[in-house]
Design a protein around this ligand. Structure first.
Ligand code: SF4
Ligand code: SF4
Length: 292
């Protein structure tokens, strides 16, 4: 299955709006939301019937048996994450515990166990199309592992589907690395602000390390034409294709609030996203263009 990943340097750039439009325009048979910290692709695409909901277990968390504890303080002294609390005996703050296991290894009384902990929920919707998504629980980490699981479940549920569209996580942290691994192409939705340019460059560098083909589109290009031109110039110098400019359009807010795709509306942004889609798919998978 070929995979097109849509990324942005931070939230609020229109990544999910573009991903939702691509899924709709391509009539994709497989798609996933890898923004597990704040998933919202389900608001923009067809979800189908929920066919599986599973718990996701992250790293285990420490817990202290108060009966076995001899109050030596070794765990408190050695926890680098300040997760051991001493109010009313020794205990573990599970929100701070990173599951490193140091305390359990050092406890002379064997009072600390490492327990499996549910860190998120995995959901799989529909037969065709298949939609894989997940939600990290509040205060949980390991979102990279969860992203990997979302993608694995998509591949298993749709083994014969020729391509998938993936809405990635914002930023360039662990979940983005997990999203990037093994994809065929990345579309960066860039914003013409100084931070947007910096974010774009960081993703380009990251994708380069993974040797993944990268394409850029510029959202809300008209809020700063000078920065838009700078993005285009940087991409030209780096040999990265630009698949188009999308103007700022208040209809986007209306589309998001109505749960419809921007391409369902007759507006400048919808028209521009169609062009971005066509150009991106030409680079990603020419055969699929005919399908639309
Ligand atoms: S290291 Fe073990 S025995 Fe010592 S305070 Fe911690 S839990 Fe209690
Ligand atoms: S497992 Fe690691 S982070 Fe958690 S309480 Fe023990 S030492 Fe601290």
């Amino acid at each position: 299955m070929k995979q097109l990943l849509i990324l942005s340097g931070k939230g609020g750039t229109g990544k999910t709006t573009v991903a939702g439009a691509f899924i709709k325009l391509s009539k994709a048979d497989a798609y996933a939301d890898c923004d597990v910290d704040a998933p919202n692709l389900h608001l923009a695409v067809e979800n189908g019937t929920l066919r599986d909901k599973s718990d996701f277990y992250g790293l285990p968390k420490a817990s202290i048996d108060p009966i076995m504890c001899i109050s030596c303080g070794i765990c408190f002294d050695n926890c680098r994450f300040d997760a051991i609390k001493t109010t009313d005996g020794y205990s573990v703050d599970t929100y701070s515990c990173e599951g490193c296991g140091v305390c359990a290894a050092l406890c002379p009384a064997g009072a600390i166990s490492m327990d499996a902990c549910i860190a998120g929920d995995l959901m799989l919707y529909g037969e065709r199309p298949v939609f894989s998504t997940a939600r990290l629980r509040m205060g949980s980490g390991n979102s990279g592992l969860l992203v990997t699981e979302v993608r694995n479940r998509l591949s298993k549920a749709a083994p014969k589907v020729p391509y998938a569209i993936i809405d990635g996580s914002p930023g360039i942290g662990c979940p983005v690395i997990a999203s990037l691994t093994g994809v065929d192409m990345v579309l960066i939705v860039a914003e013409p602000s100084l931070s947007g340019i910096s974010d774009m460059q960081r993703i380009i560098e990251t994708a380069k390390i993974f040797m993944i083909k990268t394409v850029v589109c510029i959202n809300k290009y008209d809020i700063n034409i000078r920065n838009t031109e700078k993005i285009e110039s940087l991409c030209r110098d780096a040999g990265i294709p630009i698949s188009g400019r999308i103007p700022y359009d208040e209809k986007v807010i209306y589309a998001v609030n109505s749960g419809i795709s921007i391409t369902d509306l007759d507006c400048p942004a919808g028209e521009a996203v169609r062009t971005v889609f066509e150009k991106t798919m030409e680079i990603f998978q020419p055969i699929e263009k005919e399908k639309t």
